[in-house]
Ligand binder design. Structure first.
Ligand code: ADP
Ligand code: MG
Length: 585
């Protein structure tokens, strides 16, 4: 394997064992349980000989009572030991799965913005979900099965050797054949187990796409297309799982067949030993019962291979996430509260895999207490420009300064605390109005503060109409609110954050005129004393800005006030004329 996660399956496996270390006491207890279980199985095997020879052949009265008691005793001990091993194994396995998913989510939230362009969220969900479980299965459950069944095999082999070493050795000649068959089966598992996980992730992606955009799917009549895409993937998964299942079945058939051949051999050699007077009826029963107990153990040992390979594949994917580099955060300069002087110096940005740069040679200054409007056609780079300020992306060339120092001099958390953002799509989660407005606050905000923010954002007007006021639940992603209402909650959130830099990226583009006016009015409360960058689709909303930056194809083509730019008769004047014509049409 030549994955970036590094190295051979064995190295991955060693690293996985490291995950188990916090659970070593649980595992030790489980191991104790397994050993007792194995010993109990062995003890039962030993008892089978006197069961036949003493009870039926010699008709020993005493054994007729002692043996049944001993059998019950052995199984009581075995049951207790089984509980011990099951419980503590589960504790370790579930613990490892939990640790993996918590660490993966923590890591995802530290990864740079670029990562989210490259890996779709559903695939991240697979990492947190089934991949984490598979890893736990591989390290703990597979380990348990291997140990338990190997102990079973060893105990039963010991019983067989004790009964008759000659017969046992003769039957053991089958060993190499079994080993060879198991290896073949293992190979097949490896081939298909890998693919099953991959198609499962793709399937989840397709379903997520169709379900989260159900309205578009319906309106554009894309239902059959989406269904066809999903069906194709589901068929692939089905085909692969059938192959895995077939492998499992073939492997157990093979194991059964070898068992039958083994039994035939056993009978063949045992009859010769019996003729030679070296094997009693009880000895034969003992041999047979021990060998029959080995067969299911061998079967489980072959099945465990699939579990192991799936787990190693999942671990590889998880380690790739855990090993990815965090956002670069090396700044040290303290920044309690910025003044908000922002300076772009010849800044360029190109997204990986894109031929054209999104921004080229952008230079401007935005002073505290002023409004800088950014206009331009869609795709001209407006959003890319403002995303550089909280460092969602870093520029390829040039410098961005805040209060005279490069952004990278500050700690990321400090820098981002200075920025409040209201975008076109508002991030709301399933909670109350109160929780949504006070989202992420370091100190819990008081109700009075939240109410003040709601007032100022013109949101109180609709919040007070909700059944439980600011304690009302707003539905997943704020689904119970209208676009304008969601926007105003976002503004209230920005108000409460009270950051020195305010970024509005088409915050009102999706709204009708009446809600836009409400939102504009709310924004007017936010703007004084801050550095505001506003991207607006409708030029009427930027006329009063202190400066207007006109972007075209990632370049800053014009810069000035509304009046200056109109007088210039360039791109801005052209855009303006176009919108004016639309508005009066
Ligand atoms: P605007 O906000 O002015 O509509 P954007 O800044 O969103 O424009 O986009 C500018 C250019 O960068 C577009 O060509 C767009 O396709 C590209 N772009 C934006 N975001 C990404 C991204 N995450 N990955 C790759 N290309 C992107
Ligand atoms: Mg945009």
């Amino acid at each position: 394997m030549n994955s970036p996660a590094g190295g051979s399956p064995w190295r991955i496996y060693r690293r996985l064992l490291g995950l188990v270390r916090p659970y070593r006491w649980a595992l030790l207890l489980a191991l104790l349980g397994l050993l007792v279980e194995g010993a109990a199985a062995g003890a039962f095997g030993v008892l089978t000989k006197p069961m036949v020879d003493e009870t039926f052949v010699a008709r020993n009265r005493e054994f007729g009572v002692l043996l049944p008691l001993a059998i019950v005793g052995i199984f009581v001990v075995r049951g207790g030991a089984g509980y011990l091993s099951d419980y503590f194994m589960a504790r370790a396995a579930r613990g490892v799965a939990r640790d993996m998913r918590v660490r993966a989510l923590d890591k995802y939230l530290r990864l740079p913005g670029l990562r989210f362009d490259a890996e779709p969220v559903p695939s991240m969900l697979v990492r947190l979900g089934s991949d984490s479980d598979q890893v736990a299965q591989a390290v703990v459950d597979a380990g348990k099965v291997m140990l338990q069944q190997s102990l079973q095999v060893v105990a039963m082999l010991a019983v067989m050797l004790y009964a008759s070493w000659r017969v046992t050795l003769a039957v053991l000649l089958l060993g190499p054949l079994i080993a060879w068959l198991m290896d073949r089966v293992g190979r097949r598992y490896r081939r298909y187990g890998h693919k099953v996980q991959e198609t499962a992730a793709q399937m989840m992606q397709a379903a997520d796409q169709a379900l989260s955009n159900q309205q578009e799917v319906k309106v554009y009549g894309a239902r059959s297309a989406e269904l066809a895409r999903y069906t194709r993937l589901a068929d692939d998964t089905l085909r692969l799982s059938l192959k895995v299942e077939a492998t499992r079945s073939i492997s157990s058939a093979i194991v059964q067949l070898t068992g039958a051949v083994g039994l035939a051999l056993l009978l063949f050699f045992a009859s010769r030993e019996a003729l030679a007077g070296r094997l009693t009826a009880g000895g034969f029963v003992q041999l047979m019962i021990a060998m029959l107990a080995i067969i299911p153990a061998l079967k489980q040992l072959t099945n465990v291979q699939g579990m192991l390979h799936r787990g190693v594949a999942s671990a590889e994917r998880l380690f790739q996430v855990l090993d990815a580099d965090d956002e670069v955060d090396t700044g040290q300069r303290p920044l309690p509260r910025a003044h908000g002087l922002i300076e772009f110096r010849d800044v360029s940005l190109r997204y990986p895999g894109q031929e054209k740069p999104a921004l080229t040679g952008i230079s401007f200054t935005a002073r505290p207490g002023t409004v800088t409007a950014i206009v331009g056609r869609s795709g001209s780079g407006k959003s890319s420009l403002v995303k550089l300020i909280p460092r969602f992306y870093d520029p390829d060339a040039g410098q961005i300064l805040l209060d005279g120092h490069p952004l990278s001099d500050y700690r990321l958390a400090d820098l981002r605390r200075q920025v409040a953002m209201v975008g076109q799509q508002v991030m709301l989660f399933d909670g109350t109005v109160l929780e949504n407005v006070a989202y992420g606050e370091l100190q819990p905000a008081t109700r009075a503060e939240v109410n003040r923010a709601l007032e100022a954002a013109n949101a109180m007007e609709f919040v007070s109409q909700l059944p439980e006021g600011e304690d009302s639940h707003i539905g997943i992603k704020g689904g119970r609110l209208s676009g304008g209402q969601r926007q105003r909650l976002a503004i209230a959130r920005a108000m409460l954050k009270d950051a020195p830099i305010l970024i509005l990226d088409e915050a009102t583009a999706a709204l009708d005129n009446a809600s836009e006016r409400l939102v504009q009015d709310a924004l007017a409360h936010l703007i004084p004393d801050r550095t505001t960058l506003v991207i607006a689709h409708r030029l009427s909303t930027v006329e009063h800005a202190d400066q207007i930056l006109v972007l075209d194809d990632g370049r800053l083509v014009e810069q000035g006030t509304h009046a200056e730019l109109l007088a210039r008769g360039g791109v801005y004047a052209h855009l303006h004329a176009m919108q004016f014509r639309e508005a009066s049409a």
